[in-house]
Design a protein around this ligand. Sequence first.
Ligand code: E4P
Length: 214
Amino acid sequence: MKFFVDTAHVEDIRAAVRLGVVSGVTTNPSLMAKEGRNPVEVIREIAAIVDGPISAEVIALDTDGMVKEGREWAAVAPQVVVKLPVTADGLAATKILADEGIRVNMTLVFSTNQALLAARAGAAFVSPFIGRLDDIGEDGPALVADIASVFALHGIATQIIAASIRRPLDLTAAARAGADIATVPYRVLLDALKHPLTDAGIARFMADWQAAKQ
Ligand code: E4P
């Protein structure tokens, strides 16, 4: 499973990239709004830092509007992936953009049928939202596992991005469920790295080393 960083905050992306584990970036309108900046400038800056796929989401909800915005996003940088909601208009827009060679990430996926339809419309990525399912007492990793098994059964190459990850445990669950990618806030990446025994181990090694030198 690869890691994408789930943010529009350029400094967090820079810091995450320094860790050496980041293969791409996802943004959404909420994350963009939090930055209070021109979204095109934000995506341009991210594209200067990250070579892998960078998802930029459209605001339009109708097919024509999605296609127009999708083409505009794709022109910003070659690694931009257009993020579209998994609706009827979104599927139609995905088909048009995919036929033009523009990669699409279908987002707000909450069922295996939605993922299957997105894949058949030509989506390069689907994004099932683990955390938002968890919020309503449903099993997010089980959805990822079901999509992964259906895609494997039918030889579908669309990649699964486990999204809406809020805790380190979600990461492990996404990996076990067969997600190709997990998109993770920078804070969760750091939390996933922490272990008290690692800190205690470093402290003891340093103390022993200093004591031996005296
Ligand atoms: C990424 O593609 C999603 O937009 C994001 O992970 C949603 O996360 P949230 O449910 O924590 O807002």
